[in-house]
Design a protein around this ligand. Structure first.
Ligand code: BES
Ligand code: ZN
Ligand code: ZN
Length: 485
């Protein structure tokens, strides 16, 4: 994607424009004829929210945004309206569009642009003829004297990050194995400026990352462990934020093969958490955000094979703890556990992991949000929930009571990797908690990471959920972190 974004002060003549308006806005200051103004007024009076006018060489689109008292809802309405306009612009083959704000709230213009651009995404790599499917838009001009250039840079970098992440997740295992995944992350590092180190199988063996190696045992491809660092000189925080992402590039379940019909079809998306973390690093580095952030991405596929881990096996994890693997389909927690222990090396202020971890989370709230939980001080979760509402990647906090810990006791090892069915999302989080002594927030994105049916600007397939959430959190809450004096 190479979309051009510009910020201009006045509406250029002769170009097609989308106007965001309130029902009662006076439009006479814009270049409409009297007949056009009359037509627009009548249409709106009849309850139309969208009015399109074609005057020879250009289109004017008028979009009514109904007032919402909740600013989060208002922004989401704008994103959704932007998404609807994506279709219109494609139909009319616009390569350029102007966005103008008659309401006087440039925030809404940004949200509209975000919804529009994120809806233009599609994954075309494997089609022979791409030209028909490709979205024609190449340039967006945003008209505002209230926005500054930085806001536009943020919009651009974040949209790029979402596109990269969606591409990574939509790629099938036939291309995106663990090694290819780490190569792709290296590219993102080069494009944006964060550093990347990839541990190969030999290094992972020497580190004794028993969880990652156990899951990889049935695979024909080696695992990787990718370490990304963004440590700018002007960072305001002393101790880094560490992000950990689940990078299961395909989940068959292993020998505990996925049991139900169709449950394996989209398991190429089981690395959505890892991809999201890479996307966040891209945006943070590209925009030179002055916060130290580290990303850790354990990656492998999970398959049955003669050599695969069998139910009942006991493995030794990176931190030396033993785990009885009673179900090889609960593999995400095994690779994440090693990464969480490894994160200790950075003495982090906070660890956030993001993972398509449990069907249980998806059953609880569907594709509508993220299941969150953790043991970090409540101010962190509060801020994260705030960001979630702000970008509409909402978080529901689940309890993290110590009573759940008991459910993971094994007869023969320090821990077992599954508990009873009840509270499955929570016991998975509880398993992770055992592998770090640092404050942890765990985000389960099994529901919203990959959609079988299109949903507005999230599209169909990979959504890249988590990217906009974590970026917003990092950018807007520097005060949460202990200062580097
Ligand atoms: N990758 C799955 C979770 C998942 C399910 C993601 C549906 C996206 C959509 C995970 O590895 C898994 O298989 N979890 C098991 C755990 C169980 C065996 C304790 C599950 O949730 O069924
Ligand atoms: Zn699984
Ligand atoms: Zn999985």
């Amino acid at each position: 994607m190479d979309l051009k974004y510009s910020l201009v002060k006045d509406i250029p003549g002769k170009k097609s424009v989308i106007y965001l308006i309130r029902k009662d806005n006076n439009l006479s200051r814009f270049a409409f004829t009297r007949a056009e103004l009359k037509y627009i007024k009548e249409q709106i009076k009849d309850g139309e929210k969208q009015v399109s006018i074609n005057s020879y060489n250009k289109w004017s689109y008028i979009q009514v945004i109904e007032k919402e008292t909740d600013p989060d809802k208002q922004r989401e309405k704008c994103r959704r309206a932007g998404s609807e306009h994506s279709l219109l612009l494609k139909q009319h083959k616009h390569s350029e569009i102007v966005l103008a704000d008659a309401i006087g709230e440039p925030d809404m213009l940004l949200a509209f642009a975000e919804g529009l651009v994120l809806s233009n995404y599609n994954f075309l790599r494997y089609f022979g003829d791409k030209s028909e499917k490709k979205h024609p838009l190449e340039s967006i001009l945003i008209v505002s004297d209230k926005l500054d250039k930085h806001e536009i840079d943020v919009l651009k970098a974040l949209n790029e990050a979402v596109y990269f992440v969606r591409d990574m997740v939509n790629e099938p295992l036939s291309f995106m194995n663990a090694v290819q995944f780490s190569e792709t992350v290296k590219q993102l590092g080069i494009l944006s400026g964060f550093s990347v180190e990839v541990f190969n199988k030999k290094k992972i063996e020497s580190l004794k990352m028993g969880g990652l190696l156990a899951v990889n045992r049935g695979s024909v491809d080696p695992p990787t462990f990718t370490v990304m660092e963004w440590m700018p000189d002007n960072a305001v925080n002393k101790k880094p934020l560490v992000l950990v992402g689940k990078g299961v590039v395909f989940d068959t379940g292993g020998l505990s093969l996925k049991p139900t019909q169709n449950s394996m079809d989209y398991m190429k998306s089981d690395m959505s958490g890892a991809a999201a973390v890479a996307g966040v690093m891209y945006a943070v580095a590209k925009l030179k955000i002055p916060i130290k952030v580290v990303g850790l991405l354990p990656a492998t596929d999970n398959r049955p094979d003669g050599n695969a881990v069998v139910p009942g096996d006991v493995i030794t994890m990176y931190n030396g703890m033993s785990v009885e693997v009673l179900n090889t389909d609960a593999e995400g927690r095994l690779i994440l556990a090693d990464a969480l222990s490894y994160a200790g090396k950075y003495k982090p202020e906070l660890i956030i992991d993001i993972a398509t971890l449990t069907g249980s989370a998806a059953l609880a709230i569907g594709r509508f949000g993220i299941v969150g939980m953790g043991n970090a001080e409540s101010r962190y979760m509060k801020s994260l929930v705030f960001s979630g509402n702000h970008v509409h990647e909402r978080i529901v906090e689940f309890p993290f009571w110590e009573e759940f810990d008991k459910l993971l006791e094994s007869d023969i090892a320090d821990l077992k990797n599954i508990a009873e069915r009840d509270a499955g999302a929570i016991t998975a989080g509880k398993f992770l908690e055992r592998f770090t002594g640092y404050p942890l927030i765990h985000l389960d994105i099994a529901g919203p990471a990959f959609l079988k049916k299109a949903n507005s600007y999230q599209g169909k397939g990979a959504t890249a959920i988590g990217v906009r959430l974590l970026f917003d959190f990092i950018r807007n809450f520097p005060n949460l972190f202990e200062k580097d004096s």
